[in-house]
Design a protein. Structure first.
Lengths: 669, 248
């Protein structure tokens, strides 16, 4: 273990003044010079699209890359519940400091103070910006913006657009991109995948991308490269990520010298639709916003759980006293709105003890009946119906719940074929988000000069556990408000460089390496399709690097993944050639990188001898089964340097210093 | 379940395509339609054949990637769902299913079931935005009140996922529902009113340039739309267009 010190470049001065002072002191680039500077943005989700639009608007020449057929389809589109901002419109005690505090505490004291404070500081501006762009947020009857609550906080600071907030925010950022495309300031390369980063004299100067329609490899040069390609949850095969979500852009950047931070910090989201069979290709999230009104429970008696599993008993038949609302029981202060890691572990604990309620024994209930009756009663009173009967109250209540969560209920019914207004939803935790990612400093620059990482692709703001509705906030903060300043400071030294030639030997070498990897995969002509390997990898990850981890399992995982990777290159079967559209080849290139990342993930989890946030090591827990942090030995960011194989990766530590918040045991009781 | 599938196979944009028939069994009613195709593709790969290519990504009905004309209907027989959310319980054991790409002049086939929908992006680029600086300082979000009813209607229009089912459902391959959804979203909000005139003129002009057909009010688009985008949007766009033309 190397104890080198990473320079996070946090500005001097009091926490609340750092960002303002920083902005006042950075170097600027004149409008005339911006016209001669090129920037590549990889990924067009919230972070990438907002960065591309803002940088183009400032005057830089921007190229965007996405593997989807349109920037609008990036997976930010699927975010449901909302976006946090410290507006304090509700007057319930919110402030920049409180959002900062909640985020650091929610991340189990493994995030960098200065970055989190900046995020909280710019959060309010994001809402102003999105409203100005015409994002149709939910409003109350007075015409003002509405809010709701998310897990791990005691205020209502979440702005939303039904259960489609990510969609509306992404379409807002996409519209801002479109404005710049129309002006000729952004050129968008869709159905393109970045397959390598090109360094010239140690600086990021371009990428190798593959046109997924023609199969051709292309060289693109720039003065800076932004990696905004999202997270790596698909290393588990089954996750709530889109089928195409992948780690390739980030991983190739890592292999070119960028450190990869905290790969084992993964978020397992408590409320997803349970796995139904081996054919399953992905998992579907049911928004955390549902925990505003849904109560989570399992039967209190083992025999009742068994009867339900065998179809002899219905959940609606169970009396109130025979139900165990285990989150309300264990965490009375936060109840059903504890953070995601806490809620997920509690559900797993009940299911492991035999209280699971579906055929596989891996599901708990999310029940809306109390909320339906409560809302129905209120609405009947507002409507002037005195002493309404139960059926009327239920009908009115269902209408209120439908207005709030209609699209989610419809999605649930289409997938599970059960009506969640009449019987409780069945849910179980699933992989959803990755807090780890490319290590970045305060400027969001990786350890490669000129290479930046934004949104889920970087590691910085969420520590070991992300709070709900904070991913959208971070993606847009990075893109709209942080990168436009920090990249300018870097590029101010590049105004005399001129256009970067793609004929440089570095581009030639990178392109040849990509070509060789593709040929090797296609020529393997083995016996197993790509999915065979991806599913095997996913099983290892879920069983040994999932919600609970231990030393022995992690050691096994490291060996098993390395062996699987070797087998993959020998025995994978990819029909077709490297020319033209070939979706199996696209998948293979992504899985090849997951097979390397997975091993580093396990190595990282093995090296962190503590439990914190989403990283739960069975050896390190309190008597009550809560995560047991070790601040004396592990209050640092693990940043891994690539050295040829995941097993040889070298650990660098960034010590986390808390000057504005008291580090203590995280409690939601 | 055992099924017979007639699937459109086409090597690339310049090749001639044709239907190819496949038999498949061991299909569970709990599978999604795309998971059924995954099973077929796995089988084809093991037999040394090229799998059927189709667009898909989020598989939860929101990204708009998936398409497919299934037994003549965009996104298949169920209502208010995309193909990825269509489940095999909508079919019967022994059924024959025809699977084609979305058909429209403005959506050329790329390969098999994949079509090029970049015309939609270009329609948006022509005016589907509010010209506001993204990194600047704007006014407080609550400074301009928006009646809840308008905000809700704007949201309903903005829920369009850009999948192209409206075009594929229309006998004229018209993109009126798609274009009018974006025009409506901004027409209903104070932030969008400033540029309303140029927006509708430019977006409609681009829509025509892309080769989409005219609207003859059959309403097939509304029925097949997986997000329930209403025909009212087309009426609103026509009003906006007329008023803009008079001003212009």
């Amino acid at each position: 273990m190397t104890m080198s010190v990473l320079d996070s470049k946090i500005p001097e001065g009091p926490l609340a003044d750092k960002w303002t002072k920083y902005k006042n002191e950075i170097e600027l680039v004149s409008p005339a010079n911006k016209r001669n500077i090129d920037i590549i943005v990889v990924g067009t989700g919230l972070a990438g699209a907002s960065a591309a639009a803002s940088l183009a608007e400032l005057g830089y020449n921007v190229k965007t890359f996405c593997f989807q057929d349109s920037p609008r389809r990036a997976h930010s589109i699927a975010a449901q519940g909302g976006i946090n901002a410290a507006k304090n419109y509700q007057g319930d005690g919110d402030s920049t400091y409180r959002l900062f505090y909640d985020t650091v505490k929610g991340g189990d004291y493994r995030a960098r103070e200065a970055n989190v404070y900046r995020l909280a500081e710019v959060s309010a501006n994001i809402i102003d910006q999105c409203v100005a762009q015409g994002v149709p947020f939910a409003r109350d009857y007075g015409g003002q913006l509405d809010n709701r609550s998310f897990g791990g906080v005691l205020v209502s600071r979440t702005f939303y657009a039904k259960g489609q907030t990510g969609q509306q925010l992404l379409l807002g950022a996409y519209s801002a991109m479109n404005r710049q495309i129309n002006r000729g300031k952004i050129k968008s390369y869709n159905r393109h995948e970045m397959l390598d980063l090109v360094l010239v004299d140690g600086k990021a100067r371009g990428i190798i991308a593959r046109d997924l329609v023609t199969g051709a490899l292309e060289r693109h040069s720039a003065h800076a490269v932004v990696i905004a390609s999202g997270g790596y949850g698909n290393v588990f095969f089954l996750s709530t990520n889109a089928m195409g979500s992948n780690v390739t852009a980030a991983w190739k950047t890592h292999k070119r010298g960028a450190y990869f931070a905290n790969p084992c910090f993964t978020q397992i989201h408590p409320t997803c639709i349970p796995v139904s069979g081996d054919h399953q290709s992905k998992l579907t999230l049911m928004s955390e916003s549902l925990r505003n009104d849904g109560r989570i429970w399992v039967p209190a008696k083992l025999e009742d759980a068994q009867a339900i599993r065998e179809g002899r008993l219905k959940p609606t038949d169970l009396a109130e006293e025979d139900r165990d609302y285990f989150l309300e029981r264990r965490y009375p202060a936060f109840g059903n709105l504890v953070p995601r890691d806490v809620a997920s572990r509690a559900a797993k604990e009940r299911c492991d003890e035999g209280f699971g309620i579906n055929k596989t024994g891996e599901a708990v209930y999310l029940d809306f009946s109390s909320a339906i009756m409560r809302y129905g009663k209120e609405k009947s009173l507002v409507m002037g119906i005195k002493e309404a009967d139960q059926a009327t109250i239920r009908r009115l209540g269902e209408e209120v719940v439908e207005a709030k969560y209609g699209n989610l209920f419809q999605m649930y019914e289409k997938i599970v074929d059960q009506n969640p207004y009449k019987t409780p939803m069945m849910i179980y935790p699933a992989v959803h988000y990755t807090m780890g990612g490319l290590w970045v400093d305060y400027n969001l620059q990786t350890t490669i000069p000129g290479c930046y990482a934004a949104g889920e692709a970087n590691f910085s703001e969420h520590g070991a556990n992300r709070l709900g509705a904070s991913a959208l906030m971070q993606g847009l903060a990075d893109g709209y408000f942080v990168l436009p300043y920090t990249i300018g400071d870097y590029l101010s030294k590049d105004i005399r460089t001129g256009k970067i030639s793609t004929d440089l030997p570095e581009f030639e070498a990178a392109e040849q390496a990509v070509r060789a990897q593709m040929e090797a995969l296609v020529n393997a002509n083995g016996t197993h399709p790509v999915d065979y390997y991806h599913k095997k990898l996913g099983k290892i990850m879920w069983n040994k690097c999932g919600m609970a981890r231990n030393e022995q399992g992690l050691k096994e995982a490291i060996e098993e993944i390395a062996a699987l990777r070797e087998d993959f290159y020998k025995n994978v079967k990819i029909p077709g050639t490297t020319n033209g559209k070939n979706q199996e080849l696209e998948k293979a290139l992504r899985v090849a990188d997951f097979l390397e990342l997975g091993e580093l993930f396990a190595k990282d989890a093995l090296s962190r001898n503590e439990s914190c946030g989403g990283h739960f090591r069975e050896e390190f827990q309190t008597e009550e089964g809560e995560a047991l942090r070790d601040d004396e030995n592990f209050r640092f960011v693990s940043a891994w340097e690539y050295k040829g194989a995941p097993k040889d990766a070298v650990l660098h530590q960034e010590e986390l210093i808390y000057e504005n918040i008291k580090v203590k045991a995280r409690s939601y009781k | 379940m055992k099924l017979t599938l007639n699937i459109w196979r086409q090597q690339d944009a310049s090749s001639k395509g044709q239907f190819v028939t496949y038999s498949i069994d061991d299909i569970s009613p709990d599978m999604s339609f795309l998971e059924m195709l995954d099973v077929l593709n796995n089988k084809l790969i093991l037999q040394g054949q090229e799998p059927v290519e189709f667009d898909h990504d989020c598989r939860e009905g929101i990204c708009g990637s998936c398409s497919l004309q299934i037994n003549g209907e965009p996104h298949g027989p169920d209502r208010l769902v995309t193909t990825c959310q269509l489940h095999m319980r909508m079919f019967k054991d022994g059924d024959t299913i025809d699977i084609e790409p979305f058909r429209a002049k403005a959506f050329p086939v790329i390969k098999d079931l994949i079509v090029d929908r970049s015309a939609f992006d270009r329609v948006q680029q022509a005016g589907g935005y509010v010209s506001v600086n993204t990194s600047g300082n704007t006014t407080d979000a609550n400074a301009i009140l928006v009646p809840k009813h308008d905000a809700d209607d704007a949201f309903s229009a903005a829920a369009c996922i850009g999948c192209g089912a409206c075009v594929a459902a229309c006998k004229n391959a018209s993109a009126m529902l798609f274009t009018s959804a974006k025009v409506s979203q901004y027409a209903l909000l104070p932030q969008g009113k400033v540029e309303a005139t140029t927006r509708v003129l430019n977006m409609v002009k681009q829509m025509d340039l892309e080769g989409f057909g005219n609207c003859t009010n059959t309403g097939a688009c509304e029925i097949e739309c997986p997000k329930g985008i209403s025909l009212e949007n087309i009426a609103r766009m026509n009003r906006e267009y007329l008023s803009a033309s008079l001003q212009g």
